[in-house]
Design a binder for this molecule. Structure first.
Ligand code: GTP
Ligand code: MG
Length: 368
C-alpha cells in the first residue's frame, strides 16, 4: 500500500518537496512530486529528516468500516452544485434568487439556518447548492467546495474582469475534475461587457460554447432573476450526464462544511451527507471530535429525523468544532469513536511539536 505523496510528506515535515525528492533519489527511487510512497520509503525518508513515521491510518480505517455498495443499492441522488467566484461577483445573490423563486411557499417558516448550503426542488428535481466565500482568505473553503461538488458554477461579474479568485476557483474545479458552467452576472449594469469576460476566459484556454468551445455559459442578472432558468437548465444538463448515484441504505458518510459554538445550543456543525443516511442518535466521528446526533435541522430550520445522500444539514451533538473539510463517519461503538478521536488529537499535537522542533534545528543550522 502507498500512503502519502512526496509533496504531502514534505509539508508534514515542513521541508521542501525537492529535498524529499533528493532523499528518495539517494535511495534509488526517482519520485515525482505527486508520487505516492510506500511505507518503507516513508519511514526511511522521514528518518533522514529526524522524524519517526507513525502509521495510524490502517487501524483507524479498520475501525471506521465504510460499507461497500452493491449496484442494486445505488439510487439517484441530487447533484451538489457549488457556486464559486471572486468577491462580490454575485454568488450569494444568485443562490438567494434561486431559493426565493424555487422554494414552495408551503415550506416557509422556521428560522433560516446559516448552513451555506441549500436544497432546492426544481421541476420535481432536487438540487443541492453550496455557497462559497469569494474573499481571498477563504482559499481552503473554495478548495473543499470543489472537492465535494459535482458541478461548479463559476460566476463572473460582467462589469468587472476575470479576477484572481475567479482564476483560483477555475483551477480548483479543474484539479477536482469537476465540470464547470459559467455564469456571467450583472448584465443589467450599464458597464456590463460579457464579451470581454468570454475573451478573458479564452486566454485561459476556456472557450465557451457560442465561441466554439466546450464550456456552457449563461449571461444572467442574479439581482433581477434574468436568465436564471436558462442557467439552471445548463447546470442540470451537466449533472444529468454524471448519472449521480448513492446508497442510502448504509451509515452516513460526508463532509463538514463549517462549525461553530453557539452559546445556547453548544457546538453546531454544518455538514453535507454524501452517501448513506444520517439519523438521530447516530454516533458520529468527525476529525478529532465525536458525539451522538442530538438534532438535525435543514436550512429552513425544520427538524429532520433522517438525512439521505446530498442533504445539507446542521447538527447538534458533536463535542467540539471539527474543521471544514473533515470527513465524518458513523461508528457502532461510542468508546471506539472516542478512542480514534483521542488518537487523532495526539497525532496532530505530536506532528505540531515535531514540526516545531524541526524548525528550531533548522534555524540553528542557518545561524551557524
Ligand atoms: P462574497 O460572498 O463576498 O464573495 O460576494 P458574493 O459573490 O456572494 O456577492 P453578493 O451576492 O453578495 O453580491 C455583491 C453585490 O453585488 C451586492 O450588492 C448585490 O446586490 C450586487 N449584485 C449581485 N448580482 C447582481 C446583478 O445581477 N446585478 C446588479 N446590478 N447587482 C448585483
Ligand atoms: Mg457571498
Amino acid at each position: 500500500t502507498e500512503f502519502v505523496s512526496v509533496s504531502e510528506l514534505a509539508s508534514m515535515m515542513n521541508v521542501g518537496p525537492t529535498e524529499v525528492i533528493s532523499a528518495c533519489m539517494s535511495l534509488g527511487i526517482f519520485a515525482s512530486i505527486n508520487q505516492r510512497l510506500d511505507a518503507e520509503t516513508i519511514q526511511i525518508v522521514a528518518e533522514e529528516f529526524g522524524f519517526e513515521a507513525e502509521f495510524v491510518s490502517a487501524d483507524v480505517q479498520d475501525a471506521i468500516k465504510v460499507e461497500e455498495d452493491s449496484p442494486e443499492d445505488l439510487v439517484d441522488r441530487p447533484p451538489i452544485i457549488t457556486v464559486m467566484g471572486h468577491v462580490d461577483h454575485g454568488k450569494t445573490s444568485l443562490l438567494d434568487y434561486i431559493r426565493k423563486a424555487k422554494i414552495a411557499d408551503g415550506e416557509a417558516g422556521g428560522i433560516t439556518q446559516h448552513i451555506g448550503a441549500y436544497s432546492v426542488k426544481l421541476d420535481g428535481k432536487q438540487l443541492t447548492f453550496l455557497d462559497t466565500p469569494g474573499h481571498e482568505a477563504f482559499t481552503a473553503m473554495r478548495a473543499r467546495g470543489a472537492q465535494v461538488t459535482d458541478v461548479a458554477i463559476i460566476i463572473v461579474a460582467a462589469d468587472d474582469d476575470v479576477m484572481p479568485q475567479t482564476k483560483e476557483a477555475i483551477s480548483h474545479a479543474q484539479a477536482a475534475e469537476v465540470p464547470m458552467v459559467f455564469a456571467i452576472n450583472k448584465i443589467d449594469k450599464p458597464g456590463a461587457n460579457p464579451d470581454k469576460i468570454k475573451e478573458q476566459l479564452s486566454t485561459m484556454n476556456i472557450l465557451v460554447e457560442e465561441w466554439g468551445g466546450k464550456y456552457q455559459c449563461q449571461e444572467i442578472s442574479a439581482k433581477h432573476g434574468k436568465n436564471i432558468d436558462e442557467l439552471l437548465e445548463k447546470v442540470i444538463l451537466e449533472a444529468d450526464l454524471l448519472e449521480l448515484k448513492a446508497n442510502p441504505n448504509k451509515n452516513a458518510v460526508g463532509t463538514v462544511l463549517e462549525s461553530s459554538l453557539d452559546k445556547g445550543k453548544g457546538y453546531v456543525t454544518n455538514m453535507l451527507v454524501e452517501a448513506g443516511t444520517l439519523r438521530i442518535g447516530d454516533i458520529i466521528l468527525a476529525g478529532k471530535h465525536t458525539g451522538r446526533v442530538r438534532a438535525m435541522l435543514n436550512e429552513k430550520g425544520k427538524n429532520l429525523d433522517v438525512a439521505p445522500p446530498s442533504t445539507p444539514i446542521s447538527i447538534l451533538g458533536i463535542n467540539g468544532a471539527p474543521s471544514a473539510g473533515d470527513k465524518f463517519y458513523i461508528m457502532n461503538d461510542e468508546r471506539e469513536a472516542r478512542n480514534i478521536a483521542t488518537r487523532r488529537e495526539q497525532l496532530y499535537r505530536e506532528q505540531g511539536l515535531r514540526t516545531q522542533k524541526h524548525i528550531t534545528l533548522d534555524e540553528i543550522g542557518r545561524r551557524l
